[in-house]
Design a protein around this ligand. Sequence first.
Ligand code: ZN
Length: 503
Amino acid sequence: MNPQALLTDLTARLREASDLARASAVLQWDQSTGMPPGGAAARARQLALLGRMAHERAADAAIGRLLDRLQPYADALPLGHDHAALVRTARRDFERERRVPPDYSARLAEHASATYAAWMEARPRNDFGSLRPRLETTLDLSREYAGFFPGHAHLADPLIDAADEGMSAARLQPVFASLRQGLAPLLARIAGAPQVDDAPLRRHFPAAQQSRFSRAVIESIGYDFQRGRLDPTAHPFMTRFAHGDVRITTRTNEHFLGEQLFSTLHEAGHALYEQGTRAEDDGTPLGGGASAGVHESQSRLWENIVGRSAEFWRHWYPALQAEFPAQLGGVELPAFYAAVNRVHPSLIRTDADEVTYNLHVMIRFDLEMDLLDGRLAVADLPAAWHDRYQADLGVSAPDDRDGVLQDVHWFAGLIGGAFQDYTLGNIMGAQFYAAALRADPEIPAQVSRGNCAPLRAWLTANVYQHGRRLPPDDLLESVTGGPLDARPLLERLTAKSSEIYDL
Ligand code: ZN
């Protein structure tokens, strides 16, 4: 056996499957940024065809035979070795493609796209009732999915593992519980302190000026416009067509300054990760993020840990004031810094501050568990949602539109594994950042001079360039020296809130 010849054959086959998936991504990007409404029907047909072709390539038995022949060679190599990592990740992707029958995928795709269309209409009408039967089917499909992966401890585990390799309900529950235990008293102390006013962010900020500032910021943190571009969309996302083409999108609210800037920083954080992978990994399973949670750790690191830090604004606030002299000329830096870090329990997850955000995620995670376990019926979901918001955040939505209908996830995919990656990202982002500071204590001082290069260099060396070489747990352990741990996040949020709210 010649491993090199087998690897060359394997890589060529994986690249073809990847190229078909990337072609779909181009069509999806176009659909979200520029396609006229009249293109919808043809686009759906084209995406369905490309999706089938990509699946056929990715599930080709020839890939399985190559992996079988390469396995003994890979087993003799250390875990992070390029060839071992290629075989490991290709095997994981291949098994997933093979285990889920094409007939099920077709049923799910059809159900999900019909449910999404129904949700688009039902949400403005506050009409959960019409979606209930569809959501019951979604729950059945979610349970059916788990059946393709025998040996799981919980029905949610295959769905959780699909997004966050190695994670399970049993592993997440204690980590989330410890985070909740720390967040609840912090939130109570903040509620008892004088409140922060975010009125400085709620003036009129013309879109063109916001865009000019956001572009300057992401260029400065290292987003490479020679290998990317930024376009407006309704629901911002990052997409990778190739190592040399990693695009981001954003949206603008002219009456709330935070929206465009922080969502652009968030997507740029995802993009820095992809742009920081190795060019030679492009089109192979190694050329991408380690998991959904690790990806989210990078977007949140740049959005929150850097983008909402005092150091960052020490450098950037004068430029922002110069862009908006009438709106911000009379607002001092401490007041602006407090405004972008205002903690305030609210109804909508995507608008939530750093302290309450994870409580929104945990509500959804727990409700997913209850639905899958049969402890909660779909018909009772809206009421359970309202009860949890009252109990955990002390707020109550007047309707389902801003209650159970607010997030698209359950109405465009499966129930289970849909939300944990956000909180995993917040937790791991704080762990990675703490490790970066241990390695280079000068990072904050450099950020306050507008120099994010040392931080980006550390992240590139320790996280980005590895792509998917290591499973998320091994990556976290090797970079931070420990397992998943909510304490660095709690410490950071406590220290920041204590300073802003004078606790
Ligand atoms: Zn994200």
